[in-house]
Each structure stands twice: as structure tokens, then as C-alpha cells.
Design a protein around this ligand. Structure first.
Ligand code: PMV
Length: 345
């Protein structure tokens, strides 16, 4: 698969009437975190970040979304893994569909069939991959020929982090859209996800971010230091320096979580096993193996390491009490699309 949107041209340019568009987008993990938004003045300003972020798109963990016009339907139809999408998901997805209708000047409802190929309970938020795939498929279905930057802006409206899943490899996101800073083959690194057994229901990243911004006295400090971490992260990535990248990634992670811990009521995503994995990473590192951790809006820990160290890191993390399983992923491709003609070819 190529980086960036691909159109195999089956139906040509313009509206896809009768046929459908299938888009695939992978999840991404932020090394330098997005946490907090600028207050939007207009609907198309939704999810503009207060801080710059840097991410890696992961191979093999993706959402595939099929979009077609549904002229007979009274409203948009949304299915996820064959079942009706929940209310929150519908609300986010509809922002993208409405924006596409505006841009393309069409009024018809869409039918959206989405399938997540992200292991359930993997704790890897699939909102980034699903909103990126939805944006790509819907835009193409409505005949919009968006470049990757414009597609990133559209995906951002559904979920901020989706702006980065448009791109393969390493993506930076500042302001309205993300861009690729290095392709997937820039560097042979891997991410080992340590899945921590947890019954606790997480606060959504959206709610937690808002709560942090409005109630945490630490939020201001978080925003102020973020550009420095971002610059250091970019430099370490360009130099392929995993020790430097791990140090700044862990700093960004801890400061993000610290700002959330300062909210009222506090947002605490970690379980005891989360910290046990953090300690294991420190131990592995003191044995001379380069690696670094990051955590998002949940208790699981994502550990970056060199490709050659995957078995060692996986073995050590699997042995930590409270780790239910691990998943390994490599740098992955950007969003891709396929147009299916009426005959289904
Ligand atoms: O875009 P959202 O609402 O899924 O927020 C993502 C927030 C974090 O995963 C915690 C950090 C990030 O940059 O992805």
C-alpha cells in the first residue's frame, strides 16, 4: 500500500453513484501527546489542538470503511462491525459527513459500513483509524479530490488524533492539519503494547481533555512546555536516536498525565500493572536495551524499541504481573482507498 490517498480510478473522478468507496486507515500512537484544544469559533474549527503532537502509524491495526450514497434513506446509516453505531460515534461521524456534503454541495444521506481490525480490548483507540477511513471514503464518494493535508483536516473534525492517521509512518500535527515527517521505512522500530487487565471504565479522551483544561491548574504549564518537547521529539526522530526519543516521549507522557491528575475530579488512567510495566521498561533499559514507554487515555502501555529487540522486550513485558497479553506492531501505511463500481468490481 502506498502512503497517502490512492484512487485506482475504477469509476473515474466525480461522484460515485451506484458504487461505493472503501477506505482503510491504521491506528497511530502519539509519542509527543495531543491533550487540549483551542476553543472553536466555527464547526470547522473543531479539535484544533492547543499543543503540537508527533505520532507513529501502526501496521496491521486498521479500520476499513465502505461508504455509498443512500438516496432512499431518510438519514445517514452507520454500521460498525455489522451493528448500529452508538450515539457518540454517530455524532462524531456526522460532523465529517455534514462537512463533506457542504464542500461537495450534495444533500443525500450516506450509508457507512465500518469494520475495525483492531483486537477488541487492545486498548488501542480505534477512533483515529475509523475517522480517517470515514473521511477518505466519504470525500471520494462525494467526488472531492482532497490532498492528504485537506483530508487530515476533514478527519480531525471526527477525532483530533485521526488527523495523523491519514499519513504513513511518522506524522506531526500542529494547527488545522497533520503532515508526514518521515515515511514508515525511515527507521526499524517496533511498538509492543502491554495490555493490562482492567475492569475500570475509562473517561473518554474528549471529556478528560475538557476537564483538564477547565479545572487543572497544571494545564497551563503543560501547554507552555509542549512546543519544546515537540522540537526535541522531531530532532530525535530525524537522528534515529531511540534513547533521546524515549526520554522526550516519557516526559511528554508523564506531563500529559500529570495535567490530567490535577483536574477536579482527577483523571487517573493507570492501574497498578501500568506502573509495573513502567518499572519493567526501566529495568530492560538498564540492561542496555533501548526502549521507552507511553500511555494514552487508558491503562495500557505502549513500548517503543528497535525491531531487533522485539522478542526480548515482549518476553519481559509478558512476564509482568497484571499484563494479560502483548501485541506487536511495526510502522504502517497511510490511508488508502478503492472505488468499487456498481457491478461490484
Ligand atoms: O483524538 P482523541 O480524542 O482520540 O485524543 C487522543 C488523545 C491521546 O491519545 C491521549 C493522545 C494523542 O495524541 O493521541
Amino acid at each position: 500500500m502506498k502512503d497517502g490517498p490512492v484512487n485506482d480510478g475504477l469509476v473515474g473522478d466525480g461522484l460515485v453513484i451506484g458504487g461505493a468507496v472503501v477506505a482503510r486507515a491504521c491506528v497511530n500512537i502519539a509519542l509527543i501527546k495531543y491533550w487540549g484544544k483551542v476553543t472553536p469559533a466555527r464547526p470547522e474549527d473543531a479539535n484544533i489542538p492547543a499543543v503540537p503532537s508527533l505520532s507513529l502509524t501502526l501496521d496491521g491495526l486498521y479500520t476499513e470503511t465502505r461508504v455509498s450514497f443512500a438516496p432512499e434513506a431518510e438519514a445517514d446509516i452507520f454500521l460498525l462491525n455489522g451493528d448500529p453505531l452508538d450515539e457518540g460515534g454517530v455524532r462524531r461521524a456526522r460532523v465529517i459527513l455534514d462537512r463533506v456534503r457542504d464542500l461537495a454541495d450534495v444533500a443525500a444521506p450516506f450509508r457507512v459500513d465500518s469494520v475495525n481490525h483492531v483486537p477488541t480490548a487492545a486498548g488501542l483507540a480505534s477512533s483515529a483509524s475509523s475517522m480517517a477511513a470515514l473521511a477518505a471514503a466519504t470525500a471520494r464518494c462525494a467526488g472531492l479530490d482532497l490532498d492528504p493535508g485537506a483530508l487530515s483536516e476533514l478527519a480531525r473534525l471526527g477525532s483530533g488524533s485521526a488527523s495523523r492517521s491519514v499519513f504513513g509512518g511518522w506524522a506531526a500535527w500542529e494547527g488545522r492539519r497533520a503532515h508526514q515527517v518521515a515515511p514508515a521505512d525511515h527507521w526499524d522500530v517496533a511498538v509492543v503494547v502491554a495490555i493490562v487487565a482492567s475492569g475500570a471504565k475509562a473517561v473518554s479522551s474528549r471529556d478528560a481533555m475538557n476537564r483538564t483544561a477547565t479545572t487543572s491548574p497544571l494545564y497551563r504549564g503543560w501547554v507552555a512546555q509542549a512546543p519544546q518537547s515537540f522540537a526535541e521529539g522531531l530532532e530525535a526522530l530525524r537522528a534515529r536516536d531511540l534513547d533521546a526519543l524515549s526520554a522526550v516521549m516519557e516526559r511528554s507522557t508523564m506531563r500529559m498525565h500529570a495535567s490530567a491528575l490535577g483536574a477536579a475530579p482527577p483523571v487517573l488512567y493507570w492501574e497498578p500493572a501500568t506502573l509495573a510495566v513502567v518499572r519493567a521498561v526501566e529495568r530492560i533499559r538498564s540492561d542496555g536495551v533501548s526502549c521507552g514507554f507511553t500511555m494514552d487515555a487508558g491503562p495500557n502501555v505502549k513500548v517503543f524499541c528497535h525491531g531487533r529487540d522485539v522478542s526480548r522486550v515482549t518476553r519481559e513485558l509478558s512476564a509482568v504481573a497484571g499484563v494479560a497479553r502483548t501485541i506487536t506492531a511495526r510502522p504502517g501505511p497511510g490511508v488508502s482507498i478503492r472505488v468499487i463500481s456498481e457491478e461490484g468490481s
